[in-house]
Design a protein around this ligand. Sequence first.
Ligand code: ADP
Length: 326
Amino acid sequence: MPGINCIGILTSGGDAPGMNAAIRAVTRSAIYSGLKVKGIYRGYKGLITDEIVEFKTQNVSNIIQMGGTILKTARCKEFETPEGRRLAYSVLKEHGIDALVVIGGDGSLTGARIFATEFNFPIVGLPGTIDNDLYGTDTTIGYDTALNTIMECVDKIRDTATSHERLFFIEVMGRDAGFLALNGAIASGAEAAIIPEISTEVDQLAELIQNGFRKSKNSSIVLVAESPVTGGAMALAERVKKEYPTYDVRVSILGHLQRGGSPTAHDRILASRMGAAAVDAFLDDQRNVMIGVKNDEIVYVPFAKAIKNDKPINRDLLNTLRRLSI
Ligand code: ADP
């Protein structure tokens, strides 16, 4: 591994189930390859304020099954300034850290990219976000767990929706992406998903009602991606109440429970593979790349691509949902 003896690892931005499995995998793979590992607490914030501890294999024992992140996570405005990043660089140097693994979403990898370029510092990113909104990877760490949580919640809400013959708008996370809403709708047998990707193309609510989504059913469930573009579940419910006063409408916002819980087997395996691949990437003299998975193969995605490109939704899934909700 050219010039790399010690790897720092941090989690940043929104937490996601599976981050711990990734921390474990990076730590153990690095130690396996004869490297030192240092855990940086509270993301870029802890990097600037020097919250850094050397990790041995025991530091990551018994964490693969835990949600959240043992390294804690934070948002850090200071890292968005050149002075903040300069401080971060000097702390890394003091600790003898000569490469960094950043686990986080779009924002965290944007910060990583800027820092890596400014200081010519080797960084590998792992896509840790429940939103699945990073380009160049089929899936992200935490997405599968969140999807399963959504499915379980919708199954429960369905009992009330059916018993009271109600129309439920269930708001799910996703930032500006509809992956959780669309796949959550298919997995839970919902009638529709309202997602930001097609909000500018069609009035999804009008389309839904025109298609007579209550013709054959007395209760309905619609998943709505939280986003200024969709307006969110509350705004859609208000619109239905005004335009279709006969409907008995309710709203449920799933909120932060979507982030929590023990990671699924899928997320644990994904995080383990990606964590090991991050160390391999340094061995291959790769830098400034995000680890992705494409067709079940590990790939290296340049930061610029992962961050800048919008990840498209699979339109076949929309079609499938429409066909199955008649
Ligand atoms: P996520 O990684 O989940 O998308 P955020 O968007 O909140 O989370 O970003 C996490 C952190 O990444 C920010 O608090 C900041 O420290 C850093 N970051 C985000 N954008 C930038 C940027 N343009 N320049 C430098 N750092 C950034």
